[in-house]
Design a protein around this ligand. Structure first.
Ligand SMILES: O=C(O)c1ccccc1NCC(=O)[C@H](O)[C@H](O)COP(=O)(O)O
Length: 207
């Protein structure tokens, strides 16, 4: 039987300890936030060490919000990430240029659908992620209202936690899920029990 459960990204990793913890719990991807506004800001050096500590089977995603092209590419290179997640008001050219270097998770808000789905479908190297208007805010989206516009192959974020992720998967069938707020003991520090329960709930889900 193929595994039909979505990929799991644990975002906001700020230490080698938490990277290992999430990888051992079964995360497919770790997010490293390089947006200075974030409470989970991490340096490229720590992200690189954390990435090395989990090995190549776990994707390392550099997360950016409205930052310049030079900053994105230089930081991604310094941190040795394997993919880049782009939040904010960015031109199509900007996103396509980053996608020439890294697989891109392009983050969009609910009000940008269905247009964003049509714009990015079939663009090589770009995958959509639907997130709440406030990234890292822990507020879930209204999945039922999104049923009609949620594009196939899109990732889902926004207020996901161990108790609600199975329902989100059942309703929208995302290709991947991503969370941070509800997996933490405090901002930037993971809670092992929450991370483990979240990944178990995803693996047990039937889309
Ligand atoms: O989490 C942050 O602090 C953050 C700040 C600026 C840009 C992006 C940020 N997080 C990106 C993520 O991938 C989060 O996991 C995603 O927004 C979901 O967050 P949450 O609703 O807290 O699970």
């Amino acid at each position: 039987m193929p595994d039909l459960s979505p990929q799991v990204k644990v975002c906001g990793t700020t230490s080698v300890h938490d990277a290992v913890l999430s990888a051992q719990a079964g995360a497919d991807a770790l997010g490293f936030i390089f947006a200075p506004v974030s409470k989970r800001l991490v340096s490229p050096d720590v992200a690189r060490e954390a990435g090395l500590s989990v090995g190549p089977a776990v994707a390392r995603v550099g997360v950016f919000l409205d930052q310049g092209l030079n900053e994105v590419l230089r930081t991604a290179e310094a941190a040795r990430v394997s993919a880049v997640q782009l939040h904010g008001s960015l031109s199509e050219t900007f996103v396509r240029t980053v996608a020439d270097f890294y697989p891109v998770l392009r983050v969009v808000r609910p009000d940008e659908l269905p247009a964003a789905g049509m714009r990015w479908q079939d663009v090589p190297g770009v995958t959509l992620m639907l997130d709440a208007p406030q990234p890292g805010g822990g507020v879930p989206l209204d999945w039922d209202r999104l049923r009609q516009t949620f594009p196939p192959g899109t990732w889902l974020a926004g207020g996901l936690g161990p108790w609600n992720v199975a329902e989100a998967i059942r309703v929208l069938r995302p290709a991947g899920v991503d969370a941070v707020s509800h997996l933490e003991a405090r901002p930037g520090v993971k809670d092992l029990a929450k991370v483990t329960a979240f990944i178990a709930a995803v693996r047990a889900s039937t889309p």
